[in-house]
Ligand binder design. Structure first.
Ligand SMILES: Cc1cc2nc3c(=O)[nH]c(=O)nc-3n(C[C@H](O)[C@H](O)[C@H](O)COP(=O)(O)OP(=O)(O)OC[C@H]3O[C@@H](n4cnc5c(N)ncnc54)[C@H](O)[C@@H]3O)c2cc1C
Length: 387
C-alpha cells in the first residue's frame, strides 16, 4: 500500500460515522482525507446495528438529524448507486406505565411540531397493526408509520466507495496507537503501519472512542455496553412487514427480517470490553421469556442464531460532537449509542460544515463535548431506548 505520510485530516475509525464524515468532507472539496480502520470498513459496531431509523427522538436537534437521514436514505440509490433496502416499516412503542406515557406525549408534541407523523394509539389499534401482540396489559401505544429501516453495511459501503472515488484514502487493518501532540494541539497519529502527520484528527472510533480520546489525554464518557439480537428460523406465523416494536416495560423489541423474526432482550451490560463482544447464550432465555409475554405465538418459533454488539452510550444518551476540550485540532464524533447508524448522514454533513465553514448550519450545542464538566451527567429525558 502507498502510505499517506501526511494528510489534511485523519479520521480514526471506518465505521458508518467515520465513512460519512470522510465522504462529506471530500464532497465539499477537502483533499488528502485519510480514514484509518483497525479492521475492515464497517466491521465495528456498525455491523451489529438493527438498521432502524426513527424520528421519535426527544430533542429538536436529534429529530432534525433523523428527518435528514430519512431524506438521504430515500434518495441513496440515486446519490450513491447502492440499494440500501430502505423501507418504512414504522416504529411501534408499547406503553404500560402512566409516567412513561406522559413523557411520550411531551415528545409527540415536539415531534409533530417538527412535521413528524407520530401518534398515540389505543392498545387495540396496536393489535390491528401487529395482530400477534398481547395488549391486555397496555395503556397505550405510540405509532410512527414513517419510521423505517435500511442496511447499515450497504450504507457504510456506499459512503466509503463514494469517498474513495472523491479521493479519500481508506486504510484497513491498521490501528492508531498514539495521537501526536505539538504545542497542545493534534499533529497527527502513530499507527501500526507508520506515522501520519495531519493538523486535524477526528475520533470516530465508536465503542473504543474513550480509549482513542485517551491517546490525546482527553477523557470522554463513552461507555460501551453490550446488547444482543437473536433471530428465529423462518416464522410465517407472524407475517411481515412488522414494525420495529418495543415493549417499554421490559425493553424487549422485535421486527421481521425477511422470513425470520429479530428479537432483542434490550440488554445493557458492561462487559469491560470496547472491541470484542462474546455472545452470552444465557440471554436467550431472557429474550424468549420477554417475547412469550408480548407475542405468545412465538412459542412455536425456534431460535436459529444471534449476535451481540457494543452500543457506545453517554450519560445523557446524546452523542458527543465537537472539539475535544483542551486539545486543538482534535475533533470528536462519538457516543451515538443505539442510533449512530441512522444519524450518520446528518453527522457527516454537519461535521463537514463545521470543519470547513467554521460553523454548522444546525445548532449542535446539544452534543457539546464540554457539557459533562458542567454536570450533564444524568439523562434529562426518557426518550425511547429503541435499538
Ligand atoms: C445490537 C445493536 C443494535 C443497534 N441497532 C441500531 C439501529 O437499529 N439503528 C441505529 O441507528 N443504530 C443502531 N445501533 C447503534 C449503531 O450500531 C452505532 O451507534 C453505530 O454503528 C456507531 O458507528 P461508529 O462508526 O461510531 O462506530 P463503529 O462502527 O464501531 O466504527 C468505529 C471503527 O473504529 C475502529 N477503531 C477503533 N479504534 C481504532 C483505532 N485505535 N485505530 C483504528 N481504528 C479503530 C473500529 O474497528 C471500528 O470499525 C445498534 C447497535 C447495537 C450494538
Amino acid at each position: 500500500m502507498s502510505w499517506p505520510k501526511t494528510a489534511s485530516t485523519v479520521i480514526i475509525g471506518g465505521g458508518v460515522v467515520g465513512c460519512s464524515i470522510a465522504y462529506h468532507l471530500a464532497r465539499r472539496g477537502e483533499r488528502d482525507v485519510v480514514v484509518i480502520e483497525r479492521d475492515a470498513v464497517g466491521s465495528g459496531t456498525t455491523s451489529k446495528a438493527a438498521g432502524g431509523i426513527r424520528s421519535q427522538f426527544p430533542t429538536e436537534t436529534e429529530i432534525r438529524f433523523s428527518l435528514e437521514a430519512i431524506a438521504v436514505f430515500e434518495r441513496f440509490r440515486e446519490e450513491f448507486g447502492v440499494d440500501v433496502g430502505y423501507r418504512t416499516i414504522g416504529y411501534l412503542f408499547l406503553v404500560s406505565d402512566e409516567a412513561d406515557l406522559r413523557g411520550f406525549r411531551e415528545r409527540i408534541t415536539l415531534q409533530r411540531r417538527l412535521g413528524v407523523d407520530v401518534r398515540e394509539i389505543a392498545p387495540a389499534e396496536a393489535k390491528a397493526i401487529v395482530p400477534a401482540l398481547r395488549v391486555d396489559d397496555l395503556i397505550a401505544a405510540v405509532w410512527g408509520p414513517t419510521d423505517g429501516m435500511a442496511g447499515p453495511a450497504e450504507v457504510t459501503n456506499g459512503f466509503a466507495r463514494r469517498a474513495r472515488e472523491l479521493g479519500v484514502t481508506i486504510v484497513e487493518g491498521v490501528e492508531v496507537t498514539a495521537i501526536t501532540l505539538a504545542h497542545g494541539r493534534a499533529a497527527g497519529v502513530v499507527t501500526t503501519h507508520g506515522p501520519v502527520s495531519a493538523p486535524l484528527v477526528i475520533n470516530a472510533a465508536g465503542p473504543a472512542a474513550a480509549r482513542v480520546a485517551g491517546l490525546a489525554g482527553v477523557a470522554i464518557p463513552v461507555h460501551p455496553r453490550r446488547r444482543h439480537i437473536f433471530y428465529t428460523e423462518p416464522f410465517p406465523e407472524i407475517p411481515g412487514p412488522v414494525p420495529l416494536t418495543t415493549d417499554r416495560a421490559t425493553g424487549f423489541y422485535f421486527r421481521k427480517e425477511m422470513e425470520q423474526l429479530l428479537l432483542s432482550p434490550g440488554d445493557v451490560e458492561d462487559i469491560g470490553e470496547d472491541f470484542t463482544v462474546p455472545i452470552d447464550r444465557g440471554r436467550i432465555d431472557e429474550t424468549v421469556e420477554k417475547a412469550l409475554h408480548r407475542i405468545p405465538v412465538v412459542e412455536k418459533a425456534r431460535i436459529a442464531g444471534g449476535w451481540a454488539g457494543l452500543r457506545p452510550l453517554t450519560p445523557d444518551d446524546h452523542a458527543i460532537i465537537g472539539w475535544a476540550p483542551g486539545v486543538d485540532g482534535f475533533f470528536l464524533a462519538v457516543g451515538f449509542g443505539g442510533h449512530g447508524f441512522q444519524h450518520s448522514p446528518a453527522t457527516g454533513r454537519y461535521v463537514a460544515e463545521w470543519l470547513l465553514d467554521g460553523k454548522a448550519s444546525l445548532d449542535l450545542s446539544l452534543f457539546d463535548p464540554a457539557r459533562f464538566t458542567r454536570g450533564a451527567t444524568v439523562r434529562d429525558d426518557r426518550g425511547a431506548d429503541a435499538e
